[in-house]
Design a protein around this ligand. Structure first.
Ligand code: ACO
Length: 329
């Protein structure tokens, strides 16, 4: 039976670093507060001359190189983002051109915030299993620094910019990197606990809206925290149950790097100790849809994953949208 498999990963992280000490000079906060509440020590910020498609293209190119293929074989590009180059067309179309992937392939964005990458993996998995596309590049990219109110200490300390990518292709039930399952969820009743109200058809960008700073991320941090722990844990447990696995079978959890306390809450609920959670939130902050593929790429680079390892993925973000996946490495 055809199954999809991950054959290459890549990430792109802008060189400019913003530390907690830097933030303490901008707003009323401290390194101690940020580290205690989030585990974040620094984050990376994209240069103003560049856009999401630049980061995404770089990550996509690296994923193709790691897979040992030319971008010319990529027939589908899926970009999970809420900070694309512009409202339309899709950032994926800019990536297609910059990457040198063939015109006539498919390229589209999807909006599932921090769950966007895993939503993309799920769609790619379905495309590959039914034979619609052969080489699908799934990218999570965010330039959240552009939609953050840098005078709001309750949000500006949390986020960073990055892109991560995987190249997926067809394999069989013995292929390394194969996707065993994906589960997707959403609860629109919670849409307004984490959102960017202005810039769409509901509240177009007017001088009044800008004055009220509603073009920036608005968040009820406590509510997001509560739902993040609960729903990521539920999604992760479902991924295990669907495959007949136990918590002990999991070699690594590659979860959305929102903050360390959320990951610790998920660890406790799923019964998988933190030493089997890969974390890089301390150095990148919350990079939304980029966080899971960036973490996966770093875990590979650090030699942490062995062939045959069971990987458990989970993410949650605005929507609320959340997702989980199991992969046999
Ligand atoms: N520095 C210092 N003090 C701060 C800061 C800051 N950066 N931000 C808020 N505070 C203050 C508040 O003003 C408040 O002060 P008060 O008691 O005098 O009113 C106090 O700290 C406590 O504020 P809370 O918001 O209650 O703090 P909490 O313990 O909930 O921590 C946090 C806030 C870290 C945002 C937490 O709610 C959280 O992690 N939520 C999840 C948010 C998240 O991860 N969002 C990312 C997008 S969604 C996702 O990726 C899953």
């Amino acid at each position: 039976m055809t199954q999809s498999r991950i054959v290459g990963t890549g990430r792109s992280v802008p060189p400019k670093v913003l530390t907690n000490e830097d933030l303490a000079r901008m707003v009323d906060t401290s390194d101690a507060w940020i580290v205690e509440r989030t585990g974040i020590r620094e984050r990376h910020i994209l240069d103003s001359s560049l856009a999401a498609s630049d980061l995404a293209t770089d990550a996509g190119r690296r994923a193709c190189a790691r897979a040992g293929v030319s971008p010319s074989v990529v027939d589908c590009i899926i970009v999970g983002t809420v900070t694309g180059d512009c409202p339309f067309p899709a950032t994926a179309t800019f990536v297609q051109k910059k990457l040198g992937a063939p015109a006539g392939g498919c390229a589209f964005d999807l909006s599932a915030a921090c769950a966007g990458f895993l939503y993309g993996v799920s769609i790619a998995d379905a495309f590959i299993r039914i034979g619609q596309f052969k080489n699908v590049l799934v990218i999570g990219v965010e330039v959240l620094s552009r939609i953050i109110d840098w005078s709001d200490r309750s949000t500006c300390v949390l986020f960073g910019d990055a892109a991560g990518a995987v190249l997926m292709t067809a394999g069989d039930e013995n292929s390394p990197g194969r996707v065993l399952s994906t589960h997707l969820f959403a609860d629109g009743g919670l849409a307004e606990i984490l959102w960017q109200p202005v810039g769409g058809s509901r509240e177009p960008t007017t001088a009044e809206a800008l004055g009220a700073k509603r073009q920036f991320v608005q968040m009820n941090g406590r509510e997001v925290y509560r739902h993040a722990v609960k729903n990521m844990a539920t999604g992760a447990r479902l991924a295990l149950e669907a495959n007949g696995f136990k918590a002990d079978d999991v070699a690594w959890v590659i979860a959305h790097q929102a903050n360390l306390r959320i990951l610790e809450g998920v660890s406790e609920r799923v019964g998988i100790p933190m030493n089997r959670f890969f974390t890089n939130v301390d150095r990148y902050g919350n990079t939304s849809s980029a966080s899971v593929p960036t973490a996966l790429d770093e875990a590979i680079e650090q030699g942490k994953l062995k062939t045959g390892d069971l990987l458990l993925f989970a993410a949650l973000g605005g929507g609320l949208a959340w997702a989980s996946a199991a992969v046999r490495w």
